[in-house]
Every structure is written in structure tokens, then in C-alpha cells.
Design a protein around this ligand. Structure first.
Ligand SMILES: Nc1ncnc2c1ncn2[C@@H]1O[C@H](COP(=O)(O)OP(=O)(O)O)[C@@H](O)[C@H]1O
Ligand SMILES: [Mg+2]
Length: 357
């Protein structure tokens, strides 16, 4: 798939895009459970931060957003509340979603008048129609009327450089923070999809559980995430690395260190990725046979932050007997896909338009 950047062509293309959007500037938002990314046409990705806010419990005021709020996780006192607007792939706090959108729209205003924008918000497939309407209303209350909602997996496939507007099917497995979403797309839309509330956050919790059970160490989510990022591999032949983790001894209550190894983390990971493999099988079972055969020949795309676990592509490929390809940009595929979706607005686009990515 063509992904070349041609800086000379880009200004011309951007002005073409603007014309096709009635002179409006395109804004793409990947509203994830863990991270929120914003793309502004002609300016690239202008926001890439955790989708988290900190509130003062007494006044109700927002005291931190994004990285600043995330760094408070696990360290707050009882006057601060940490909120993630999306939990397990559904909108769990509409006010927080509004506050986060208002914050990113303030950033967008540095580049364009909000009334002159067309916005696409990508959200997980589990987000209901009512929640989607609520998101659209939030965006228009904040000042932009021209908003449409798209499936995260659809944008993820486009942003991975695949032409979804052809009749050829493409399968994606997106493993984010809250959910794993498997989908098959053809002729510009999602044909079938399945979702499981098992992804990066669940891996963190399983690592916490393991550390509590075996070395009897109580660790926070940030420490568990560090273990996941540094030690995760599904390769049985990977060198057995060790990481020192700090926490609280469950027996004595005193802070202490314990060690955890790659082999131990793999034991935690295996049942989780078995579950994700089963979700792929379940999705194949409801996929029309012609699209199954396309996936057989073209392979499956892996995207999302937690898809970066070492050896996952080979693990799934061995079990399925199908080629599994990693997205060239697992963390940004969704927001990059909005470049094309903004232009097509759900319609078919010419394959040449993919050079825009
Ligand atoms: N190198 C890595 N290995 C494993 N997991 C990772 C890695 N980098 C990020 N993650 C995990 O990816 C998840 C976030 O992925 P993302 O696609 O941004 O989620 P969402 O779309 O739900 O916001 C987090 O759980 C994070 O810990
Ligand atoms: Mg995502």
C-alpha cells in the first residue's frame, strides 16, 4: 500500500481536501479508552495523550488532563478524583467526555475556527447508538456542528494503509486498552465485528494478581504496565529477562522489591491471548465465506497499543495458519485513517487518495 509522503504535493492535496469538505478543515479524533489522539488537516497529530482527567472532588473543577492527570494515577488523596471517560469500550462518564473534548477543541482552535471544521470521532464498536448521538451533541454544544462518528476498527484498517473501499475483505484485530475488537471490512464498511473486554488494562490487572499471589507483592497499575511493556513476549525461546518491581509486601505491609521474569509474564499472557485467538475464530464463524478467503490470502492486520506484545503475530499465525501482519503504526493507525475518512465521509474514495496518508 502506498504511504509515501510527498511534501511538495501535500499543500495542493490539503487544499483539495478542504474544497471537498466545503472549505472546512478536517479534524480526526481517536477517542480511545487509554489514549486520545487528534489529527488536524495540514498540521498532523496535534494531541496524543492519555484520555484521563483529574477533578477536585469539592469544587468539581478539572485540575489536570492527559499526561498530567495520568501521572497522578495511584497517587491521589481523597480530594482528587481520577476519571476515564471511556471504560471497557463504552462511555462511562459523559461529563468527563465533554471536558476532554472541550480541552482538545481548545487546542484545535489554535489552528482553525471551530465553526469552520468537519470532525470525525472514532470510537470502539461497543459504544451504543445513544452514546454516539450523545458524543455528537457534546461536540456541537462545544461549537462544531459538522460531526460524524466512525468505527475505530474501520479507521484503523484505513490508517494501516489498506483499501477498504474495494470488494476485497480485510480483517483487523485491534488490541487497545479496554477492548479487543476484531472486524472484517469490505466495500467501505464493517461487515462483521466482535469485541472482548480483554486488552492492555486486563493484562495489567492479571500481572497485579500474579504478583499478589506469588511474591506476595502489592503493586500499582503503572508498575504492572511497565512489567508488561518491558517483559511481554509470547516467544517460548525468548531470553529469560528479569525485572525488579517495587511495591508493598502483602505480609508485612513494608515496601519491598521482588523480581519477575519473562517466563512468568508469558504464563500470565498465554490464557489472555488464547482468548483473543478464540475471538478471531468466533469472528471467522460469522464472516461470509468469500471474505474469509480474502483474509486467508491477504492475512490479518494487528493494531492497537497492546498488539505490540512481542511474537504475537507469529503466535496467532501459527495457530490460525494465516499470515498476520502488524500495522506499520499500531498506536496511530486510527487517527491517521481519519485523513481518508474525512474526505470520503463514508463514501468510496479512489485508491490514489491513499497517497494522502
Ligand atoms: N510496547 C507495548 N507492549 C504492550 N502493550 C503496550 C505497549 N505499548 C502500549 N501498550 C498498551 O497499549 C494500551 C493502549 O493502547 P491504545 O491502542 O492506545 O488503546 P485505546 O485505543 O484503548 O486508547 C495500554 O494498555 C498500553 O499499556
Ligand atoms: Mg484504540
Amino acid at each position: 500500500m502506498k504511504q509515501k509522503r510527498d511534501s511538495k504535493r501535500e499543500p495542493i492535496i490539503n487544499s483539495m481536501l478542504m474544497n471537498q469538505q466545503n472549505g472546512k478543515m478536517g479534524i480526526g479524533i481517536d477517542f480511545g479508552t487509554v489514549n486520545l489522539l487528534v489529527y488536524v488537516q495540514g498540521h498532523g497529530i496535534i494531541f496524543d495523550e492519555p484520555s484521563v482527567l483529574a477533578y477536585d472532588k469539592i469544587s468539581g473543577d478539572v485540575i489536570a488532563i492527559g499526561h498530567d492527570a495520568d501521572s497522578m494515577t495511584g497517587k491521589i488523596h481523597d480530594k482528587i478524583r481520577i476519571v476515564r471517560p471511556l471504560r471497557d469500550g463504552v462511555i462511562s462518564d459523559l461529563k468527563a467526555a465533554r471536558d476532554l473534548l472541550a480541552h482538545v477543541f481548545d487546542r484545535v482552535k489554535l489552528h482553525s475556527d471551530l465553526s469552520e471544521t468537519r470532525v470525525v470521532i472514532c470510537c470502539p464498536s461497543e459504544v451504543t447508538q445513544i452514546e454516539r448521538e450523545a458524543l455528537k451533541k457534546l461536540a456541537s454544544d462545544i461549537g462544531t456542528d459538522d460531526v460524524f462518528i466512525e468505527e475505530e476498527i474501520k479507521s484503523g484498517v484505513v490508517g494501516s494503509g489498506v483499501d477498504i473501499y474495494s470488494s476485497r475483505g480485510a480483517m483487523i484485530v485491534d488490541i487497545g486498552g479496554g477492548t479487543t475488537d476484531v472486524g472484517v471490512l469490505a466495500l467501505g464498511d464493517v461487515v462483521v465485528s466482535k469485541s472482548l473486554r480483554v486488552a492492555g488494562n486486563f493484562i495489567d490487572h492479571e500481572i497485579i494478581k500474579y504478583l499478589r499471589q506469588v511474591p506476595k507483592l502489592d503493586v500499582g497499575q503503572k508498575m504492572a504496565e511497565k512489567v508488561k511493556v518491558e517483559l511481554s513476549t509470547l516467544n517460548p525461546d525468548a531470553p529469560n529477562k528479569t525485572l525488579k518491581v517495587a511495591g508493598r509486601d502483602l505480609m508485612t505491609g513494608i515496601p519491598k522489591y521482588a523480581e519477575i521474569t519473562t517466563d512468568e509474564v508469558r504464563e500470565v499472557l498465554l490464557p489472555i491471548f488464547e482468548g483473543i485467538y478464540k475471538l478471531v475464530i468466533e469472528t471467522f464463524k460469522i464472516t461470509p465465506p468469500e471474505l474469509c478467503s480474502d483474509a486467508y490470502y491477504d492475512g490479518i492486520i494487528l493494531s492497537g497499543g497492546a498488539s505490540q506484545v512481542d511474537y504475537l503475530d507469529k503466535f496467532l499465525a501459527d495457530k490460525l495458519g494465516i499470515h498476520v501482519k502488524r500495522s506499520p503504526n499500531p498506536m496511530t493507525a486510527v487517527v491517521l485513517g481519519t485523513k481518508v475518512l474525512l474526505k470520503s465521509h463514508g463514501m468510496r474514495v479512489n485508491i490514489d487518495d491513499y497517497t494522502l496518508i
